[in-house]
Design a binder for this molecule. Structure first.
Ligand SMILES: Cc1cc2nc3c(=O)[nH]c(=O)nc-3n(C[C@H](O)[C@H](O)[C@H](O)COP(=O)(O)O)c2cc1C
Length: 339
């Protein structure tokens, strides 16, 4: 049975070509081709994170995702805190949706649009939303402070979303941060969002290129196990992030949150991956092949972690979220925006 969505949802689906108002966030190195394409095939919008990809490989990654998704839509993301390399390669390979976060750049937006893509900008405040609209964004993503990974906002989603909607007019606004279930998605849609972007929830899938221990830790954790901090700053200083509280964080906090180079265990190598050593306080999250003290490393998680009860194939997850969403919308049981 096909679902009739509110008009702001229909506007997003028409813009991006996705079938369901479910977006897999570009979750750094965990956002594999297999994950993005499985989400796309299931009707969501898959996501590739291209900021740290070798520019020479970007065309291949986009082509591989197009092939594996059978042409179903997915986004490619660049974090503007870092130099953008490879946008042209992504566009030439056929990327049709581009998202930027951690910055607003009108000429990059125009470049992506000239290349045939729709552009979404992730923002953390109404002021940034206004700037993104002035710069030509096709849609916005409102990222609440509940989000996992690096977080641009200090405002809970329940307060941020209405403030972004108030400036967005007819431009679709996707909600992000703390969303884990179809009921959560229904709640943000009832509050005016055009859809939901979820990061942490998609790490706990077979296809995510995260370490198995990370996936298991996400199933076990609750929202109270996350912390919003600047503890893991090597590689990306001065950017707040939400992670699982772990041994590195608790020792640092107990020492009074000292700044580098005065932190406990400064310089320790915590894990090794692909021949590279990663130090304590690195912002890099261990991937599938990492070895070492993984529980001392940075493990990104939003408050949405409390809603994760299994590791499952990404396509099944999208189908389940879609069914929960339909049931919630038709039963009109939508009660709250997740806080
Ligand atoms: C492991 C991880 C990596 C992330 N990497 C990126 C990234 O590369 N680019 C980006 O725009 N957002 C990134 N994010 C943030 C997401 O875009 C999104 O705001 C967040 O996942 C939403 O909150 P949730 O994790 O509670 O669903 C990342 C999030 C996580 C959990």
């Amino acid at each position: 049975m096909s679902q009739t969505y509110p008009k702001q949802v229909q506007a997003l689906l028409a813009l991006t070509g996705q079938r369901l108002p479910i977006i897999q966030a570009p979750i750094g190195s965990a956002a594999s081709v297999a994950l993005a394409s499985a989400v796309a095939r299931a009707g969501g919008l898959g996501g590739l994170a291209l900021s740290s990809a070798e520019p020479a490989r970007i065309g291949e990654l986009v082509t591989a995702t197009l092939l594996a998704s059978g042409g179903a839509p997915f986004l490619v993301n660049f974090v503007l805190h870092f130099p953008v390399e490879g946008l042209d390669q992504a566009l030439s390979a056929g990327a049709k949706v581009v998202t930027f976060s951690w910055g607003i750049n009108a000429s990059l937006i125009a470049q992506a649009q000239r290349g045939g893509a729709r552009v979404g900008i992730q923002v953390g405040s109404a002021g940034a939303a206004r700037q993104a609209l002035d710069a030509g964004a096709d849609f916005l993503i409102a990222q609440g402070v509940e989000a996992g990974g690096h977080v641009q906002s200090t405002t809970p989603l329940a307060r941020l979303l209405p403030s972004v909607l108030a400036v967005a007019g007819d431009v679709p606004v996707v909600a992000a941060g703390g969303i884990a279930s179809g009921q959560d998605i229904a709640a943000v849609i009832a509050a005016g969002a055009a859809g939901a972007m979820m990061g942490t929830r998609f790490i706990a899938t077979f296809e995510a290129a995260a370490h198995d221990d990370t996936k298991v830790a996400l199933v076990a954790a609750s929202a109270d196990d996350t912390v919003f901090t600047n503890c893991f700053e090597i590689g990306w200083p001065h950017a707040m992030h939400r992670v699982l509280r772990n041994t590195t964080f608790t020792a640092w906090e107990a020492a009074g949150c000292p700044q580098p180079p005065h932190r406990p265990g400064e310089g320790d190598v915590i894990f090794r991956q692909n021949g590279t050593d990663f130090p304590r306080y690195s912002e890099s999250q261990p991937g599938a092949g990492a070895i070492g003290d993984l529980w001392a490393a940075c493990n990104y998680a939003g408050t949405s972690v409390g809603g994760i009860d299994r590791i499952e194939p990404a396509g099944e997850l999208v189908a389940r979220l879609g069914a929960e969403l339909s049931a919630a919308l038709s039963a009109d049981t939508v009660e709250r925006v997740p806080a």
